[in-house]
Design a binder for this molecule. Structure first.
Ligand code: FMN
Length: 381
């Protein structure tokens, strides 16, 4: 097939993505008791109208106490799946593949919305009507001074949470999502099992690398078993903690080989987040595609499809990552907040289209004529 790889379809199991552009999961902190609101419909809908191939709905808690903030989405009851259904339907109807990230916040649960401080909740948050709840984690180690000391999960907690992951996955499928991603990054529960910085358990779920990988892999097994055979399963990892003594790239390669053996199709390669001191991302210097080398190495050494993410804004750069075989998919976050039509704009920049045929029909017919008028006036869009 000729033309930019960015705009070539990709088959993953029984699903065909129309292009390689992914809207990265981005919490909106705008849910009510875990239920999607009008904000979510408008927010996600924009990206489908803007031509993204795969649109991820944000980190969604599989239990009520697995939410990051009071404003996070949930899938712990059927009504929440029903509230997400029109969103999945709209995405699909407008040419995007609807996807959702599910997870548990672990020791980072019950924190503030970013614009209220992005730290542990305070009296001010309670005064706003929010509430604080118990955080669960592999070990009773707070993220940092002043954060909740989580309760170390019992064997029953572990078993119950696996059931919650399975039930949430089934609700996601019923809601019409065609791709599920398990959140195993950024210091949330499943990554905190992996990292020796946050997991000091002495049972079979801690200690050696094999022990620390055990619970996240068990979660993969229950999710894979709960969803249809033809449904792609993604996992987002923190490729490195970026903190001395923490999770390293060699560990990621070993872990991803295990993920692949259990039926994971794509690994979404992020980093960091397991300590406020280590910032929200790794200590790696920020720059265009700064996490893409993780996607490249994991793709090569674990022989699996990868998704690159992190400061990817220029379509030509995105295309180069694909041409260099550094990744199979390009996830874009903040640039999509800035320009929800980034995907159709990228097509124009790569010379893929110039006549607005990729735009929604409600817009394209008008924009083509508008473009002609602009050009006659010596202007361009
Ligand atoms: C508002 C916002 C919310 C985010 N929420 C999530 C989330 O729910 N799950 C997740 O894995 N990453 C989340 N992230 C991280 C993004 O998915 C992405 O990895 C990060 O922003 C880097 O990509 P970018 O430079 O293209 O924005 C969030 C980022 C932003 C800006």
């Amino acid at each position: 097939m000729s033309g930019p790889i960015l705009f070539q379809p990709l088959d993953i199991r029984g699903v065909t993505l129309p292009n390689r552009i992914v809207v990265s999961p981005m919490c909106q902190y705008s849910a009510r008791n875990g239920y999607a609101t009008a904000h979510h419909s408008v927010h996600y809908g924009k990206f489908a109208l803007g031509g993204a191939g795969l649109v991820f709905v944000e980190a969604t808690g599989v239990t009520q106490n697995g939410r990051i903030t009071n404003g996070c989405l949930g899938l712990w009851e059927d009504g929440q799946g029903e509230a997400l259904q029109p969103i999945a339907h709209f995405l699909k109807q407008n040419g995007s593949v609807p996807a959702i990230q599910i997870g548990h916040a672990g020791r980072k649960a019950s924190m503030q919305r970013p614009w209220h401080g992005n730290g542990p909740q305070t009296e001010e948050d309670i005064a706003r009507g929010d509430f604080i709840w118990e955080a669960l984690a592999p070990s009773a180690l707070p993220l940092d001074d002043g954060w909740l000391t989580p309760t170390a999960m019992s064997k029953k907690d572990l078993a119950d949470l696996k059931s919650s992951f399975a039930e949430a996955s089934i609700r996601a499928v019923k809601a019409g999502f065609e791709v599920i991603e398990i959140h195993m990054a950024h210091g949330y529960l499943l990554q905190s099992f992996l990292s020796p910085l946050s997991n000091i358990r002495e049972d079979e779920y801690g200690g050696s690398l094999v022990g620390r990988m055990r619970y996240p892999l068990e979660v993969v097994d229950v999710v894979r078993a709960a969803i249809p055979e033809g449904m792609p399963l993604f996992v987002r990892i923190s490729s490195v903690d970026g903190i001395e003594g923490g999770w390293e790239m060699d560990n990621s390669v070993t872990f991803v080989k295990e993920l692949k053996a259990r039926g994971v199709d794509v690994v979404d390669c992020s980093s960091g987040g397991n300590s406020t001191k280590g910032a929200t991302n790794s200590s790696l210097k920020r720059g265009a595609g700064f996490q893409a080398p993780y996607a490249e190495r994991i793709k090569r050494e674990a022989n699996i499809m990868t998704q690159a993410v992190g400061l990817i804004r220029d379509p030509k750069f995105a295309e180069k990552l694909l041409c260099d075989d550094a990744a199979d998919l390009i996830a874009v976050g903040r640039q999509f907040l800035y320009d929800p039509s980034w995907a159709v704009h990228a097509a124009e920049k790569l010379g893929q289209t110039g006549n607005f045929e990729d735009w929604p029909e409600q817009y394209g017919w008008w924009l083509e004529k508008w473009d002609k008028s602009l050009r006659a006036m010596g202007e361009t869009p």
